[in-house]
Design a protein around this ligand. Sequence first.
Ligand SMILES: [Zn+2]
Length: 272
Amino acid sequence: MVNLNRKFIDTHCHLDGEEFNADRDAVVQRAREAGCSGIFLPAIDLVTCQTVLDTCSKYPGYCYPMLGLHPEEVRADWPQQLNAIHTLLLSALLQERAEGEAPIAIGEVGLDYYWSREFEQEQLEAFEEQVRWAAELHLPLMVHCRKAQNEMVSIIRRYAHDLPGGVFHCFTGNEQEARQLLEFPQFVLGIGGVLTFKKSHLPEVLPACVPLDRIVLETDAPYMAPVPMRGQRNESAYIRHVITRLAEAYQVSEDDICWQTSQNVTRIFGIK
Ligand SMILES: [Zn+2]
């Protein structure tokens, strides 16, 4: 079943989530059979930092952890949360761990003003602090951003010289927004199920201004399932529908999409 030329990596999957508790092994098995050669797991808070590490330790060399505090999880107690996450991050990095278990990125972190601006100032400070970690530890960033691109970009810009790179995850913007993000040469856009939605403008926006060497694939599972699975629980195997749509949009082969996006992942995360 596995087409060896068609390997891809899911750079953003909440595989530690309870949605997968009943059948996680089967989900990973289906991912492998679909050609998925690695899955990156983002944490969103202190609790999920631990569940992400635990889940990754069950699939060494296949699942890779990313630790951080998600903007929607930033509350008044964010300094304590960040302290605890930082301690966990440093110990996970220092510990002698089997290949695949050491954190490969800071994430998911960023700004989200979509639902609420209640903790706007706290979000800004928590994000900047974690961007500093990425610069100091030389780890890539997995960035989540909604309704706050200008603010997010201005923080990244302050540290851009010292950042090894990262992903602007779940990109759904227009050409102007894409161009602004691509000004950071070491960053790429994370593309997932939204590309396949009927009303998505991404099939036109991306080929117009985003070179293929600036894209990585992601599910954001269990969310954002692509058409024809839209509305169901998403999983890494479904990325093949995103690959098909991207190949159509760029008028290249699906193998080209897989090869180039995998190259991009290796460049940023050092994972093959
Ligand atoms: Zn996510």
